[in-house]
Design a protein around this ligand. Sequence first.
Ligand SMILES: *[C@@H]1O[C@H](CO)[C@@H](O)[C@H](O)[C@H]1NC(C)=O
Ligand SMILES: *[C@@H]1O[C@H](CO)[C@@H](O)[C@H](O)[C@H]1NC(C)=O
Ligand SMILES: *[C@@H]1O[C@H](CO)[C@@H](O)[C@H](O)[C@H]1NC(C)=O
Ligand SMILES: *[C@@H]1O[C@H](CO)[C@@H](O)[C@H](O)[C@H]1NC(C)=O
Ligand SMILES: *[C@@H]1O[C@H](CO)[C@@H](O)[C@H](O)[C@H]1NC(C)=O
Ligand SMILES: *[C@@H]1O[C@H](CO)[C@@H](O)[C@H](O)[C@H]1NC(C)=O
Ligand SMILES: *[C@@H]1O[C@H](CO)[C@@H](O)[C@H](O)[C@H]1NC(C)=O
Ligand SMILES: *[C@@H]1O[C@H](CO)[C@@H](O)[C@H](O)[C@H]1NC(C)=O
Ligand SMILES: *[C@@H]1O[C@H](CO)[C@@H](O)[C@H](O)[C@H]1NC(C)=O
Ligand SMILES: *[C@@H]1O[C@H](CO)[C@@H](O)[C@H](O)[C@H]1NC(C)=O
Ligand SMILES: *[C@@H]1O[C@H](CO)[C@@H](O)[C@H](O)[C@H]1NC(C)=O
Ligand SMILES: *[C@@H]1O[C@H](CO)[C@@H](O)[C@H](O)[C@H]1NC(C)=O
Length: 598
Amino acid sequence: MRVRWGILVAVYILHGIHFSPSDALFPHLTMLLNSLWQVVASALLVTAATPTKTVTKRATGASDAAHPFVTVKDGQFIVNGSTLNFVGTNAYWLAALNSDDDIDFTLGNMSAKGIRVVRTWAFNDVETIPENGTWFQLIANGTTTVNEGSNGLQKLDTVVRLAEKHGILLHLSLTNNWNPRPLLENNVTGIIIEGRDVTNGTGNNLPRNTLSNDYGGMDVYVRQFGSGNLSSHDEFYTNPVIISKFLNYTTQIVSRYANNTSVEIANDPRCNSSMKASPNCNTMTVTRFHQNVTDHIKSIDKNHLVASGNQGFFCTNCTKIFPRVPPPQTSPRPGRRSNMVKPLTMRKLFDDRKLAFKKSRALRQKTNPPTGGIRIRGRWMSTETRRQSFDMQNMGPAFDGSQGVDSEDIINIPGLDFGTFQLFPDQNSYGPDDPNLPAFNNTVNQGLAWIQLHASLGKLFNKPIILNGFGLVTQNNSQSFVPFNSSLAPFGADTGTTQAPFGVTDQQRDDAYTQWLQAGLEGGLQGMLQYQWSQGNLTTQVGTAISPPVAGTGVSPDIAGTGVSPDDGYAIQGQAFDNVTGIIQSFSQDFGRDDSSS
Ligand SMILES: *[C@@H]1O[C@H](CO)[C@@H](O)[C@H](O)[C@H]1NC(C)=O
Ligand SMILES: *[C@@H]1O[C@H](CO)[C@@H](O)[C@H](O)[C@H]1NC(C)=O
Ligand SMILES: *[C@@H]1O[C@H](CO)[C@@H](O)[C@H](O)[C@H]1NC(C)=O
Ligand SMILES: *[C@@H]1O[C@H](CO)[C@@H](O)[C@H](O)[C@H]1NC(C)=O
Ligand SMILES: *[C@@H]1O[C@H](CO)[C@@H](O)[C@H](O)[C@H]1NC(C)=O
Ligand SMILES: *[C@@H]1O[C@H](CO)[C@@H](O)[C@H](O)[C@H]1NC(C)=O
Ligand SMILES: *[C@@H]1O[C@H](CO)[C@@H](O)[C@H](O)[C@H]1NC(C)=O
Ligand SMILES: *[C@@H]1O[C@H](CO)[C@@H](O)[C@H](O)[C@H]1NC(C)=O
Ligand SMILES: *[C@@H]1O[C@H](CO)[C@@H](O)[C@H](O)[C@H]1NC(C)=O
Ligand SMILES: *[C@@H]1O[C@H](CO)[C@@H](O)[C@H](O)[C@H]1NC(C)=O
Ligand SMILES: *[C@@H]1O[C@H](CO)[C@@H](O)[C@H](O)[C@H]1NC(C)=O
Ligand SMILES: *[C@@H]1O[C@H](CO)[C@@H](O)[C@H](O)[C@H]1NC(C)=O
């Protein structure tokens, strides 16, 4: 039997970021990072079935045994009569690979590790046509032009076709919140950061498409169609010309894969990005935009699931466009605890946090650990510093709506099929630190709490919810780390700063991933996607994401002279890769075991 699943296509908007390393050694750097990276992005997701090109024709909306659409029922994904729960991965660069064989090889390797869902970019916007490499849409001089050639959407067709071949569902993201052009607008603090357009000595001379934020996105539309120098990022959500251009692209992607395939959409919603937010932008701006795109996609294609790729920020006291009307809650799945869920309140957050802190304090007193902190995440991340920042009354930007995202309002948009959230502790804050715990334990625990809050959110609205990206930067990989709203590697070999042991150890990463996956499994998440896959032995070509090594670059994507997929600090290589994919494979089976045929 040839293919097992349809394609889960989602369209997304990408990550949110808040860089939170503290600082004794890098006060200057930290200030810069925090001020620039308050924003995160998300996306609209769509699920799809199988690619049109490779499948025999059937009527839209119909479902057959070999190519069923993924549907949603009672808070679960259903495919072919069974629930679908998954652990998968991210590879934004799939369509940017240099050969069809490379795409086939990569998807085959993923499949061999039990991966059933992969999230990737279904956008690649350029403002001038590049000499080499993939591009999907030219946005320039007042027009948009889609590239249907062999270095254009045909590459995405190939990804869709080969994903089907390997039994992988695709989660397609339609645009990105992030597209830093440093010399243009990253001088918020008055310090000009040299960007990827500047090729000397800053660790940023990476080929196009190496970084996830170098595929165009919202800011390209704003630059090209916005109101000039005064443009703000959120003009993307409100300017009718820009919306129509984005919906036009959405239409082309969605309808291209509509029949047997998947489709689309997405967005990455946040009020700000590399470009600043206007004072008018708030959570309702972003929610309304999601509603518009969701309605638009559903009007073209009723078969595919749509989601927002937002980061999952809450705003407990924000006005809702879609106030909750309590839906009937499902009875627990076999072996699951029954828990009636209530909406999140600031009160509950405080109470939960207080209880957890009380327990850890009691434990600490009992075991009387040595003072001075445990230097797990890096020298400057001492518990002393963390303790100073402890403020029980301030739950921080993940809960106060300051990012312009209210994931509770977004998940309740009629027509939006499932929820998404992300977990990137190196770049976002997920609440105050417990002063009784080492930094690493805070990182793990805040992730666990974040996962549990979102599992509850899904139950509250009776919709599936997935963690569409999670990752930790390790000390071994910190040189390659480039935050989502930057083109610089702050700990790269050629940034001129002293090297510091930023990041966790490999062992800690594996420990954290294991605990988070376990929490997602027990809490009832429907899916979790690690960020991100690493693939070696790829074909290289100058000027593409898989370039031959470039002398003098600290973050050159190269191992032993072969092409290696991009590493933004989250791709894992060598023995550690086998360890992490082993964890993914094992949880993938555990999640899959939930499948109960109906
Ligand atoms: C659906 O079920 C049919 C019949 O059992 C099987 O042949 C097919 O492979 C299944 N498809 C999926 C996606 O599970
Ligand atoms: C989808 O199917 C419908 C009905 O069979 C057909 O009219 C339409 O052309 C198909 N679209 C694509 C993109 O194949
Ligand atoms: C846009 O217009 C400018 C000025 O006429 C021209 O130099 C540039 O090549 C055009 N860009 C594209 C992509 O056509
Ligand atoms: C929509 O996109 C197509 C293909 O790129 C382009 O030809 C057309 O002009 C666009 N329509 C609008 C209204 O921008
Ligand atoms: C950015 O830099 C320019 C030139 O130095 C300066 O005029 C402008 O005020 C700066 N903008 C911000 C927001 O700091
Ligand atoms: C940058 O690189 C170019 C070409 O290699 C070289 O000519 C130039 O001097 C360099 N500039 C700096 C500031 O290093
Ligand atoms: C989305 O917004 C555009 C521009 O404001 C508007 O023309 C369009 O009707 C809206 N579409 C939906 C489905 O609300
Ligand atoms: C929500 O609460 C925060 C903190 O108490 C406050 O700063 C903010 O203005 C409130 N927002 C709304 C929309 O009421
Ligand atoms: C911190 O985490 C480590 C590794 O998960 C664990 O062994 C240790 O008991 C934790 N410490 C505290 C105080 O919770
Ligand atoms: C490339 O392939 C060779 C031979 O199969 C293998 O030994 C090596 O580990 C691969 N390298 C990477 C980076 O995957
Ligand atoms: C494009 O590829 C060709 C052939 O590999 C190479 O000679 C050329 O320098 C590349 N162009 C850019 C801008 O990288
Ligand atoms: C991988 O796992 C093995 C066995 O658990 C362990 O001994 C090794 O240290 C791990 N390696 C890395 C790089 O995490």
